[in-house]
Design a protein around this ligand. Structure first.
Ligand SMILES: C[S@@+](CC[C@H](N)C(=O)[O-])C[C@H]1O[C@@H](n2cnc3c(N)ncnc32)[C@H](O)[C@@H]1O
Length: 242
């Protein structure tokens, strides 16, 4: 079980040094659920949207699967569906936490995880590709080709569910949304020191794009539609269809 996230109350990292290492992995489930608005709603949507597909099997790839939260929730929610579940993440520490969680559960499906950069991960005949809060960590120059590959891998009717932190094109709005987000985190028990240290650590590591830029990239990759499914100030979830 994830420990309470007090990481940045104890350490003062240099700017731009955030990594999904063992320290982060141990507290990750608590960190993400307290740091990302609408995170639980995104998770809730995964089995609901997947359950609408008539594919057999339903093959799901979770890119940046972290501790396996989405795939575990999917399996537990749709035990009678023929699901093939694959997760990829380039942090072994995160996947170790995923294995720990899996060892305590009796799921109806096998979840196969691979420690690999998603840019090198083979995706084929996909029904669903999940990529929640991960594209933002991938070099901007790698994003278009990865999205194009995801789009080509999807079977008819399949979809990409992708969530991102987003920037605003107007600086004043961007700052206002950032302030609202800081208030959100304070309301979830983080101190101002913890919030500012984590923000510094994420500088140039998490690189958000604007809503328009994301949408343009999804359409340029070959998706016919990029629907905004959820939006909270500076966070958005898109449902991209082939
Ligand atoms: C914010 S977490 C994703 C959260 C997860 N999708 C969820 O919904 O709980 C980002 C994850 O992406 C992984 N990651 C970042 N860059 C990656 C890359 N190039 N290839 C594979 N995984 C990557 C990190 O190790 C981390 O586990």
């Amino acid at each position: 079980m994830a420990q309470i996230d007090r990481l940045f109350s104890k350490i003062d990292p240099d700017s731009g040094t955030f990594a999904f290492d063992q320290n982060v992995a141990k507290v990750f489930d608590d960190m993400i659920s307290r740091s990302v608005p609408l995170y639980a709603d995104v998770q809730r949507s995964v089995p609901v949207l997947t359950g609408l597909l008539d594919h057999d099997p339903i093959r799901v790839f979770d890119l940046g699967c972290s501790t396996g939260t989405s795939l575990i929730h999917l399996s537990a929610s749709l035990p009678k569906r023929n699901l093939e579940l694959y997760g990829a993440d380039n942090s072994q520490a995160m996947l170790d936490q995923c294995e720990d969680k899996l060892s305590t559960l009796e799921l109806a499906h096998t979840i196969q995880t691979t420690c690999v950069a998603v840019q090198d991960f083979e995706i084929h005949d996909a029904s669903v590709v999940l990529m929640n809060y991960t594209l933002q960590f991938i070099p901007e120059s790698d994003r278009p080709a990865l999205l194009e590959r995801i789009c080509k891998s999807l079977r008819p009717g399949g979809f990409l569910l992708i969530s991102e932190k987003v920037a605003h094109e107007r600086a004043a709005m961007h700052d206002a949304l950032t302030d609202l987000y800081f208030e959100y985190k304070k309301g979830r028990g983080y101190s101002e020191l913890e919030i500012s240290r984590k923000r510094d650590a994420l500088e140039n590591v998490l690189v958000p794009l604007t809503m328009d830029r994301n949408e343009q990239m999804f359409l340029a990759a070959g998706f016919s539609k990029a629907e905004v499914l959820l939006k909270w100030f500076n966070f958005a979830t898109f449902l991209c269809r082939v």
